[in-house]
Design a binder for this molecule. Sequence first.
Ligand code: DQA
Length: 145
Amino acid sequence: MILVLNGPNLSRLDLREKSHYGDLSYPELREFVERSAEELGVAVDIRQSDDEATIIGWLHEAADKALPVIFNPAAFTHYSVAIRDAAALLRGPLIEVHLSNPLTREEFRHTSMIAGVSTGTIAGFKQDSYRLALIAMKDLIEKTQ
Ligand code: DQA
């Protein structure tokens, strides 16, 4: 099981800048990720929260169960030391994903607290960032089996 965690404001993708985030609403993004996972033959558990503590709880769960995690921390990417510390507990691979490419955007988005504790980062491909992360994760899992 791959946990796919999404941070704050991603549930309102339909109201956010389409030029950065693409055309999909959050329910459509979920469907896209579910479909991509099915095509790749991997199981996913997709969750979203605006609440830092809830996300930290999910990272603890992933650490306890040694689950692989695909994680879009959204705005928490740029400032949450607590989320970084929780992500550092993980024992399976962690792929940081972003719909947009934060490095092409405002300077405050250029820092990722999570990148240093991630296996790798995929950013800038809109919804395809998640599909590419699933492909990379499947590969990582197969290599460690
Ligand atoms: C984001 C990029 C972040 O800078 C932003 O705060 C988000 C979404 C992305 O997916 O492109 O909420 O993580």
